[in-house]
Design a protein around this ligand. Structure first.
Ligand SMILES: *[C@@H]1O[C@H](CO)[C@@H](O)[C@H](O)[C@H]1NC(C)=O
Ligand SMILES: *[C@@H]1O[C@H](CO)[C@@H](O)[C@H](O)[C@H]1NC(C)=O
Ligand SMILES: *[C@@H]1O[C@H](CO)[C@@H](O)[C@H](O)[C@H]1NC(C)=O
Ligand SMILES: *[C@@H]1O[C@H](CO)[C@@H](O)[C@H](O)[C@H]1NC(C)=O
Ligand SMILES: CC(=O)N[C@H]1CO[C@H](CO)[C@@H](O)[C@@H]1O
Length: 681
């Protein structure tokens, strides 16, 4: 059992790929020059390894397509055909829903929820997820109304263990960077468009209806920076994820579900893990490109905030997790807090301050104890603390699931209560049913589990079959997991389970990480059909009482950060860690300049009932006074590759006549980007 904010999750994940970080500084300097060679060797080694070990897994069928293709499409409206007079725009339990592609399903919601969709009134917020959850056009009382949510993980940011079929097809891919390269190489299979096939089939409108029917009222949706743009040789599927996020907004609105936009993959990688987009080094607030990459990320935060703060979207996308799991231990609390304050300023410039003005701003705790964040940003308007209490990545035990019955209650409940009063709203942005690290590629592609000793350096304590062969689970196992889930829900109070759905492995034809799928648990009886069953499971000796800490409530005068705090957390920082050549002061480090064109995000197109007029869906930019340009390279300066890795030495002199760029590796060029015009000001 690890207290909230403990770093076992971090340590264990870092252990897997510890070697690169231990390279000496001198070697790192060399790497800056010989990076291409090193990367080539790595690719060859991986290719040989996976080529030998995994060649039999390279199948071309996709295990998810059969079940996942129920409803997709790209047209704006869910209602089709008929005159306006006959159109059914709302329905409750048992009503028939017609999806974009004309297929239908029956809406099942025994909790008094109802959907609402009128194509001639596409921003109507009348839908309600359950009788006990406020409709979208009603006030959500933070801290009183409970956030009961799921993540839509593995959808617009892929992860090997969530959607193994994508990675099984390309054994050399270990993260979305290398998956995108492998797909681009494979034009015979559709190239990079295979990712869009995944977006279309993995999650559909029907999932949102099922989420409301499961008694849940929130979704947390991971988004990558490449939903906005890519630069240079970044191989990702640029922009396309955004068009699917727009569908998610439409579906969430239809079923009365609120969204937490989770910025999950940042330029340079904020945590080096596969789910940051690139399993590499941390080039974010760390290393020679650390400030430049953070400057770029802050613009992406501004662009997302400007979109979701528009009147048409602010009551659906009500929370913005500005950065998922930043690895504080790599860049230090001071620099993380400088970045967090600048992100706050960017979001509130877009949204304005006060209740109803744009999203709650959610801050991940950086793997520090939540208590360490008490009192952060005094005077801030509507901020949230995000903790990810996982217990499965630490030391492994073969104790039965029943022995974990009150584990979540022991420390999580009181930590959350304390933080609600000391910081403000505190929520678990991720948690799961896993108590062991069993599950195909849970630790990364090609990695085994500590539990059965197949992970490098581990000693077996049992067979993973016990924890992954869910078709064989008996009623004791199922009720044990359910008890653990209920205790977690009660202790955490406001939460987002990770994750709604795990895809089938092509190799086995079934879900290989069952402890991580809410949907599978519902279908097979180990998740509660009504999450309110959790209330009181941990005992009700000292229930948390409102109010939330003042910084979170948006009361009178809220939104103004004390001048002394702003001064002590000025942006950008003057130094970052792990810059080669003994450099590190701000003037020595590559930074960007705000002279670029801002790529605004576009909305879906909606037509009026008669089809003669287009309904205004917003121009993508809430605050026309927010006119700063995009952070881009200075034309007379030299920059290392944004992904160069820590320890590389910036060019000396940094800025002169001719630009020189250190390239880490050569990659296929991505499709050129067409950027939108700057926002009207
Ligand atoms: C919410 O929207 C529904 C549907 O248009 C409407 O009937 C209801 O009055 C609205 N509620 C509020 C509080 O505006
Ligand atoms: C893509 O193809 C190029 C050229 O054949 C090759 O060098 C590279 O290793 C391939 N990359 C991946 C990820 O498949
Ligand atoms: C996995 O495959 C089974 C059998 O085809 C199917 O019923 C199920 O819906 C699939 N699960 C997912 C998450 O796609
Ligand atoms: C914390 O809050 C929960 C839920 O309101 C409650 O059950 C628990 O008793 C509270 N107190 C402590 C110390 O955990
Ligand atoms: C090496 C690495 O980054 N592994 C991580 C991949 O992502 C999973 C979760 O999706 C983590 O558990 C691994 O640690």
């Amino acid at each position: 059992m690890h207290p909230i904010g403990s770093s076992d999750y971090l340590e264990e994940k870092r252990a897997v790929y510890a070697a690169p970080r231990q390279r000496s500084r001198a070697k790192m300097i060399l790497l800056g020059v010989l990076g291409g060679l090193a990367a080539l060797i790595l690719i060859v080694v991986l290719a040989v390894y996976f080529g030998v070990v995994k060649k039999n897994d390279d199948k071309t069928t996709n295990g998810d397509s059969a079940s996942g293709s129920k409803g997709t499409g790209s047209s704006g409206g869910g209602g089709t055909g008929g005159s306006t007079a006959n159109l059914v725009v709302t329905g409750g339990d048992g009503s028939k829903v017609t999806m974009d592609d004309g297929t239908t399903f029956t809406y099942q919601n025994s909790f008094g929820g109802y959907w609402y969709w009128d194509p001639s009134d596409p921003f109507n917020n009348g839908a309600r997820a359950q009788s006990w959850s406020p409709a979208l056009n009603e006030t959500f009382n933070w801290g009183i109304d409970k956030v009961r949510g799921v993540n839509i993980g593995g959808w617009l940011v892929t992860e090997p263990f969530i959607i193994p079929s994508l990675y099984e097809k390309y054994p050399q891919a270990v993260d979305e960077w290398t998956l995108s390269q492998a797909m681009r190489n494979d034009s015979a299979s559709g190239g990079i468009s295979q990712l869009e096939d995944h977006y279309k089939t993995f999650i559909t409108e029907e999932d949102f209806a099922q989420i409301a029917g499961a008694g849940l009222n929130f979704v947390r949706i991971p988004l990558p920076y490449w939903a906005i743009e890519t630069r240079d040789d970044e191989p990702y599927n640029a922009k396309v994820p955004w068009t699917y996020f727009l569908k998610a907004i439409r579906w969430a609105r239809k079923y009365g579900i609120r969204i937490n936009l989770d910025f999950h993959a940042l330029p340079g990688s904020q945590n080096e893990w596969n789910h940051s987009g690139r399993m590499s080094d941390v080039n974010f607030l760390n290393g020679p490109m650390g400030i430049a990459n953070a400057q770029r990320a802050l613009d992406y935060i501004r662009i997302f905030a400007e979109f979701i703060s528009q009147d048409e979207y602010k009551d659906v996308v009500v929370m913005f997790g500005i950065t998922n799991e930043p690895e504080e231990s790599m860049f230090g609390l001071d620099n993380l807090q400088r970045y967090y304050l600048q992100a706050y300023n960017n979001v509130r410039l877009a949204s304005g301050t006060g209740t109803g003005k744009g999203p709650m701003i959610s801050y991940h705790d950086g793997f520090l104890p939540v208590s360490q964040w008490a009192g952060f940003l005094p005077g801030a308007d509507r901020i949230v603390l995000d903790d990810h209490p996982y217990i499965c990545f630490g030391g492994q035990s073969n104790a039965p699931i029943s022995s974990y019955a009150d584990t979540p209650c022991k420390t999580w409940g009181s930590n959350m209560n304390t933080s609600m009063s000391a910081f403000g709203l505190t929520a678990a942005g991720e948690w799961s049913n896993a108590v062991t690290d069993c599950g195909k590629w849970l630790n990364g592609v090609g990695q085994g589990a500590r539990y059965d000793g197949s992970f490098v350096g581990s000693t077996a304590v049992g067979s993973c079959d016990t924890w992954t062969n869910w078709p064989a689970w008996d009623s004791d196992m199922k009720s044990g997991i359910k008890t653990f889930a209920l205790a977690s829900m009660d202790a955490l109070q406001n939460w987002f389970f990770w994750t709604w759905k795990i895809g089938n492995s092509t190799e086995t034809g079934k879900v290989e990480s069952p402890a991580w799928s809410y949907q599978l648990g519902l279908q097979n009886g180990w998740m509660p059909t009504d999450p309110r069953e959790a209330v009181g499971v941990c005992g009700d000796s000292a229930p948390w009482q409102p109010p939330l800490a003042p910084s979170a409530t948006g009361g009178s005068g809220a939104g103004q950060i004390a001048a002394s705090v702003s001064a002590s957390l000025a942006w950008p920082p003057t130094t970052v860690s792990n810059v080669g050549g003994g450099l590190g002061a701000g003037t020595d480090l590559p930074t960007y300049t705000p002279t670029g064109t801002v790529p605004t995000l576009t909305a879906e197109t909606f037509s009026s009932a008669t089809g003669t007029a287009t309904i205004n869906a917003g121009n993508g930019w809430a605050n026309s006074q927010d006119t700063a340009g995009m952070m881009v390279p200075i034309s007379t300066c030299s920059y290392p590759d944004p992904w160069v890795g820590p320890g590389a030495t910036p060019p000396v002199p940094l800025c002169s006549g001719s630009a020189r760029r250190i390239r880490r590796e050569a990659s296929p060029a991505p499709t050129p980007m067409v950027t939108s015009p700057p926002p009207a000001s």
